[in-house]
Design a protein around this ligand. Sequence first.
Ligand SMILES: NC(=O)C1=CN([C@@H]2O[C@H](COP(=O)(O)OP(=O)(O)OC[C@H]3O[C@@H](n4cnc5c(N)ncnc54)[C@H](O)[C@@H]3O)[C@@H](O)[C@H]2O)C=CC1
Ligand SMILES: O=C(O)[C@@H]1CCC=N1
Length: 264
Amino acid sequence: MKIAIIGAGNLGLAIAKGILHSNGATTMYLTKRNTKSIQEFEKYGNVTVTSDNQEAVKNSDILIFAVQPGHFASILEETKDLLTEKHVVISTITGFRIPKIEEIIGSDKFIIRSMPNTAISVGKSMTCICSNELGKKRVDLAKAIFNRMGHTMEIPEDQMQAATVICASGIAFWMRLIRATTQGAIQLGFDAKEAQELAMHTCNGAASLLIESGSHPEEEIDRVTTPKGCTIEGLNEMEHQGLSSSLIRGIVSSFEKISQIRKG
Ligand SMILES: NC(=O)C1=CN([C@@H]2O[C@H](COP(=O)(O)OP(=O)(O)OC[C@H]3O[C@@H](n4cnc5c(N)ncnc54)[C@H](O)[C@@H]3O)[C@@H](O)[C@H]2O)C=CC1
Ligand SMILES: O=C(O)[C@@H]1CCC=N1
């Protein structure tokens, strides 16, 4: 698998780490306008760092674009004449719809739109995927690539905006919840390091319980909330203060913001 990551920033580098972690590529190109900060990746023998997107495209089959939405169209213009039937174009760009990509490079290309998150660097991304008509023939390949670095779900393109909020922005939302729990634990007497260890492993355990048992969160909550006990006391106070409501409102605000990014 010859992979190029066009735009090795926060997400692009997370994907690169995930690929290296899972031995997922025979060769990998990483591109960025100024390559100084990512030069160290060349210590991995099969990685080439360059600011030349055309070189990366020519020497790769799987092209993962991870640039800011405002830069994507011009980079597609710059590389479109080099695209052949060997290439699979995978976009991670927020709000940039497949018809807009087809307008630039044509509908006769394999186009996958993906929405991974930064946990891809440790092989734990939740990645949503959709494709153009021709790209349906490469969806299994895209899933195979991303399944090595977490879990995938194929969805209609219309749900991509919502998937961005839940899965990609979701990493930040869960981080804040873990951080707030840590602050609570510090207030209760744990030192900062211990407090974070308690918070993150408990969070991991809660998610694993659902993933492995297939049960509903409320079933698991019922198993923890002793009548007249401390859990229900804390949980109800959190809800009186708007815990679920604030999360839902935040998710909807984030979703609405993507519409503005798309118009911009
Ligand atoms: N950061 C995240 O967690 C996620 C980001 N995304 C999407 O991924 C894309 C990238 O996001 P980030 O990594 O956060 O942004 P970023 O700004 O950290 O990375 C973009 C990179 O592209 C490089 N770049 C700019 N022009 C270039 C060019 N002409 N050729 C090659 N490289 C060029 C920049 O130097 C930068 O390193 C965005 O479209 C974003 O919406 C999607 C899911 C998650
Ligand atoms: O905040 C953003 O706009 C991008 C998309 C999802 C994660 N980061």
